[in-house]
Design a protein around this ligand. Sequence first.
Ligand code: NAG
Ligand code: NAG
Ligand code: NAG
Ligand code: NAG
Length: 374
Amino acid sequence: MKAFISTVLVSFIIPSALFVHAIPTPRGSGDRVVDRSTMTHLYEKRTADIADIDKLVIKFADVLEQLEGGFYKLALDKFNASDFEAAGFSDGDVPLQQIQIIQKDEDIHAKVLESALEAAGASPLTCQFNFDAALYDVGTMLATARVAEVIGSSAYSGSANLIQDPKVLSLAAAILAIEGSHSTVTNILSGSGAAVPSPFVVPLNASEVLALVGGFFSGPCDTGIAPNPALTITNAADLRTGAAVSLNSTAFDSSSQGNLFCQILTGNLTETIPFPLNECTIPYGVSGPTYFWVTDSSDPLPNDVIDRSTNTHVVAGPAITIIDCDPQALGIIAVEGEVPYTSTYDSYVAEASPTNYVGPYGCWFHGKSCQGTH
Ligand SMILES: *[C@@H]1O[C@H](CO)[C@@H](O)[C@H](O)[C@H]1NC(C)=O
Ligand SMILES: *[C@@H]1O[C@H](CO)[C@@H](O)[C@H](O)[C@H]1NC(C)=O
Ligand SMILES: *[C@@H]1O[C@H](CO)[C@@H](O)[C@H](O)[C@H]1NC(C)=O
Ligand SMILES: *[C@@H]1O[C@H](CO)[C@@H](O)[C@H](O)[C@H]1NC(C)=O
C-alpha cells in the first residue's frame, strides 16, 4: 500500500510549491496565487489550547482526509486520460483534471488538520488502507469517489455539534464546504446523477461513518470511537424506484429478519422511512445519496444526528447507495462532450414537457428505471 499518509508529518510551513500546483491556471499577472500554507500557520496558532473532544473530532476528520487523499493518489497512479476515455469519457483530461485537484485538496486538508493536532499536543493517527476493490476500474473508482465525498460531507456536518472551540468549528466549516464542492464534481462526472441531488446532506456521527468506511482499513486505526456494525446492500446495482433492497450484516442473521426493520433516509427527509426488513423497498421519490439502517423497532430514526446518536434500536448501518433518477445536461456534457438529441436528451427536455415527465424522480434515463451507482 502506497503510504503517502505515513510520510513525514507537516513541517511548520508547507512548501508553497505544493499549493501552486493545486491551482491549474493563475489568471493573469494581477492575480495572486493564494498560498494556503498561511492558513496552516493560522490554524496552528489558534488551536494550541483546545478541548479533548475537539482533538478527537480533528483526529477523526484527519483519518477521513487521509483515506480520501490516499485513495485519489492511488487512483491517479493507476489511471491515465486514456483509461478515462476507455471508460466512456469523450475527453479523458476532463475527469483527470478534477481528480488531480480534489486529491491535492484532500492532502492539504489532512496536513492542516495534522498541524492543528500537533500544535494542540496531540498526535495524528497513521492508518493503513486497502482500496484494491475500489480501484478495480475507472467506473468503480469514480463511483467510490462519489460516495466518499458524500460521506465526507456527512461526517463534517455530523461532528459540528460536538466542536467546542469556535475556531475549530470555523476550520471544519471551511473544509466541509469543499467536500461539498467535490461531491458536486464527482456527481457530474458520474454522467447519470444530479450535480446537487438534495438541498441537504445527512449528518452522520463518527460511529456511523466508521460503519461506512471501516471496510477500507487494512490495519489497526484506533480512533477511540466504537463503529456501528457494518451493513451491506447486496443488490446495490439493481436499486431503483420500487426495487426490493437486500441487506446483510454480521450483526443479525436471516432467522431474525422477521423482527427487524429497514430504515431509509435521504437528506431531504425529516426521519427515516421504515419497512419490515424483508419488505425493504425503494420508495417513489427517494433519490440521490440514500442511507439504510437496520433497527429492532419500527419507529423511524430521526434525521437529526444528536437525537439519533442516543437511539438504542440501531442494529446495523448505515449503508449507502446513490440512486440516480435525474440525469442532467451538465453531467452528460462532462462525459459525452455534448448533449445528444437522442435518448439522454429526452430526459433533459422532459423538464420542458411535463406531460412526458414521470415525476420528480420518475425514472426515464435511457428508458431504464432509477439506477443505484454503488
Ligand atoms: C495509460 O495506461 C494504460 C494502462 O492502464 C496504458 O496501456 C497506456 O499506454 C497509458 N497511456 C498513456 C498515454 O500513458
Ligand atoms: C425535498 O422535499 C420537498 C418537500 O417534500 C420537495 O418539494 C422537494 O422536491 C424535495 N427536493 C428534493 C431534491 O428531494
Ligand atoms: C453479505 O453479502 C455479500 C454479498 O452477497 C457477501 O459477500 C457477504 O459475505 C455477506 N455478509 C454477511 C455478513 O453475510
Ligand atoms: C451514533 O449513532 C448511532 C446510531 O446510528 C449510535 O448507536 C451511536 O452510539 C452514536 N455514536 C456516537 C459516537 O455518538
